[in-house]
Design a protein around this ligand. Sequence first.
Ligand code: S3P
Length: 173
Amino acid sequence: MKNVVLIGFMGTGKTSAGKLLAARLGSPFIDTDMKIEQENHLTIPEIFAAHGEAYFRDLETAAVKMAAQGSNLVISTGGGVVLRGENMAALRRNGWIITLTASVDCIVARTSRDNERPLLLAEDRQKMVETLLAQRASLYADADFIIDTGTLTPLQVVEEILKFLKRKGDPRA
Ligand code: S3P
């Protein structure tokens, strides 16, 4: 059975929807950021601070490739997973790629009290979100299904994913 892989920018709801979806499908849930933190005994901000982004990206690729070997999983990824083609190639091999999107305003609002995301610790968060989103837009667009989560609850996002899986003939949906 194929994996269901959630990709998308920070604050689009990948983790919340992923956990609910996994429970609904009866599938194991893997959050690659959580895996990285557990395996390295460091938080994501600590990894960025101690070793830098490039080092984090290598850990991310290793975690993604490991997760992609499984099947019947719900995999929630970090927002930057799309930056490396090898990550996406591994995930695509046995997975539906589902992008969660939201507007800049929505992302800024959802992440406003959040200091766990090193890339958003900029003076002007709005500008930073706009810049990163513009850089990544075409990468997030390359998906099997895209859901704008701006006005949806995590449960409604799950319903949309289930409808997609049903259309694809997935017996779990
Ligand atoms: C990142 C997103 C974060 C985390 C890291 C980098 C990114 O994950 O992997 O801070 O480059 O967009 P979330 O999308 O789960 O916040």
